[in-house]
Every structure is written in C-alpha cells, then in structure tokens.
Design a binder for this molecule. Structure first.
Ligand SMILES: [Zn+2]
Length: 357
C-alpha cells in the first residue's frame, strides 16, 4: 500500500493532477513495510508447512495470494471459457518416473516421464495417481494507451516443505519476493483508485514448482494467456529480505541480474533508484557472464529469457540460512526489504510508462 496522503499532497503541490499519466511523478510512492511484514509472517508460518509444491500448504498459500490480489482489484487473467476467468493456472508434474499418459498416439512401452517433469493434466483417477497438480497465481492490472503491451512482475511462492518435524519456512526464499509482488500490486491499486494508471498493463505472477526446476514458470511460458510477443519484459523477485556476506557493512543494496535484452530496464532501474530509495545497486558480482553460481539460470526469469524476452532478477543473494529450517520470518531485514520493494515498484512504473508518446 502506498502512502496515498503524500501523493495527494504532492499532486496539489505541482498544481493539478496532470492530464497525461506519463507525466505523473510517482517518486514519493513507497510500498508499505507493514504489509510486507504481514505477508512474510503468514507465508512463512508453521501452518503452511513450507509450501511444498503439490501440498495443502501450497494451496493455502495460493488462496492467500489470490485474496490479496482480489483486494488490490487485479483482474483474473486465466480464461476458463469465453465468459469466465480465474486467478489460478493449474498444471501437473511427476513425483516419480511414470508411464506417459494423456497424449494421443502409441507410446513405446519403455517410455517413461522422468521425475519432476511437466505432464498433461490428468483426466482419469488412474492418471491422477501418477502426478501431482499445482497452481500458478496471476492477477492483471490494465494499462491505458499501451495496454496491449504487458510487463510481468513475478516471484515464486513455493518452498521445500518439511522433513519429518523440520519445517523449511522459506521466509527469504521466497516469502520475501512473494510479499514484494503483492505489496507492489497494492501500490499500483492505490494509484488506480486516484485515477492514475500506467500506460502498459502489468501482469503479476506468483509461480509454484520453482524449487522443483522452474516448473511453474516453464508451464506458464508455454501456456500464457497473452501472446509472448506482447510481453515487454519480466522482472522477477527471488530472495530480497536478507543481507549477504559481502554487504554486512553496506546493507542498503540490491543485485540486479539481467540478460542483454534488458539493458534499457537496468538504466531505468538506476534512474528510479536515484529518484527514490538510493540503494547501492550491484551488478558486477552477479553479472550473467560473470556469475559462477548461475543465479540468472536458477530462478523463474530464465524461463522467459529462454524465449529472448528481456528479463531481470532482483535479489539480495545467499546467506547462512539458505535452504535451511532457520530461514524464518524473524530473521528478515524488514527495513531494507521495504526499500527494495519500493525500488521494484518505481522500476515497474518507469518501464510501464516508458517511451513513445
Ligand atoms: Zn530456493
């Protein structure tokens, strides 16, 4: 949620609400820190049991995200038929090697779906026992004069589940990024309530299956409700709530890791950053060519980049609690999380309004 009061004051200060949205200065808008904290604490709570893809905890998380998207007046983007739409995109995947099903034609009897592979949605009870189904969540904010061009803001909301009594809470990985996507959507909604909308549309996506090999985002790019040519780019947020080993003394930072197609996005992010939160933006250590840990390939932006779509990852990097049960909500650095969320809001706004008049 933005600080609406400050925006109104600012607009009064400049004289009047500007006629063109492209001229609206939203630099005083911030993402609500209280909202981010609330989302992280809920998603990383014991009751969601680590949000493993295909489990009840993941479904609870999806339902929570959908409620939040509805409150932000986002539109359901996935069509059911010619009259109805939904916030949920279902897909199926294997949890063991199984005989293939659901395709027409004759199979080689030795053929098997590998472990953790996308599979057709089951249509019989027997097929359902062979796979698990999972959900991507989406919500759309319609733009103005360039509304057919779509900017994607995404995060994965799944995590590793439980091992016995040990819950992998995944507060940083990636309740933090999920909270940012929902917080940015709320900021856009607060502006929309004042009649201020971006020129391009923004599609907010929350993927599952990331920890199993980017399954949700891979399914999405092959089954997108909009043509991939309409997607101007993707900004993906994965692990933005902590401070890594290299930044103990400069905690106000964020990594931006993008492909070459996204170079203009990085320039817009630089400018948005200078005009708002002034974080130290670090691209050197995590550059695509210079990234020994392959961060760019390890999260959902890569599913889009594989199609040549401009793609940027926002992250604060790794830490001692990475993929451990100790990645808990009380260890998140909420102060800098809020600044990173604001930078991401300002960057999405800049890209969604950029360019030709
Ligand atoms: Zn992870």
């Amino acid at each position: 949620m933005i600080n609406t009061f400050r925006v109104i004051l600012f607009l009064m200060y400049v004289g009047a609400i500007t006629r063109s949205v492209a001229q609206t200065d939203v630099s005083p808008v911030t993402v609500s820190g209280g909202l981010l904290r609330k989302h992280v604490y809920f998603l990383a709570s014991d009751s969601l049991r680590g949000r493993e893809t295909g489990t009840d905890g993941q479904v609870k998380a999806a339902n929570y995200c959908i409620r939040t998207f509805r409150q932000s007046h986002l539109i359901a983007p996935f069509r059911i038929d010619s009259v109805s739409a939904t916030y949920r995109q279902f897909y199926a995947f294997t949890t063991t090697e199984v005989a293939p099903f659901g395709r027409t034609g004759v199979y080689d009897t030795k053929e098997r779906y590998k472990l953790r592979e996308l599979a057709p949605l089951p249509s019989t009870a027997e097929d359902s026992s062979r796979v698990q189904t999972a959900i991507n969540v989406g919500g759309l904010l319609i733009g103005t004069d360039l509304k057919k061009e779509i900017l994607v803001l995404s995060a994965h909301y799944d995590h590793l589940g439980c091992q016995g009594t040990r819950i992998f809470h995944g507060a940083d990985d990636n309740a933090s990024g999920t909270a940012v996507v929902m917080g940015v959507a709320a900021a856009f909604d607060s502006l929309a309530q004042l009649g201020i909308r971006p020129r391009r549309s923004v599609l907010f996506l929350l993927f599952s299956g990331e920890e199993d090999g980017l399954l949700g985002s891979r399914f999405f790019v092959y089954n997108s409700p909009v043509q991939l040519q309409q997607i101007k780019g993707v900004l993906n947020v994965d692990m933005v709530g902590r401070i890594d080993f290299q930044h103990k003394r400069i905690p106000d930072y964020c990594y931006l890791i993008g492909n070459e197609q996204a170079n203009s996005f990085k320039k817009l992010a630089d400018r948005a950053n200078r005009q708002s939160v002034g974080l130290s933006l670090n691209r050197e250590g995590y550059d695509t060519k210079n990234d020994p840990e392959f961060h760019f390939k390890r999260s959902d932006q890569y599913s889009f980049a594989a199609f040549g779509i401009p793609a940027v990852l926002f992250t604060s990097g790794s830490h001692i609690d990475y993929h451990r049960p100790t990645d808990t909500a009380d260890r998140i650095e909420y102060n800098v999380l809020q600044k990173r969320a604001t930078l991401i809001f300002q960057t999405v706004w800049a890209i969604a309004n950029e360019g030709r008049e």
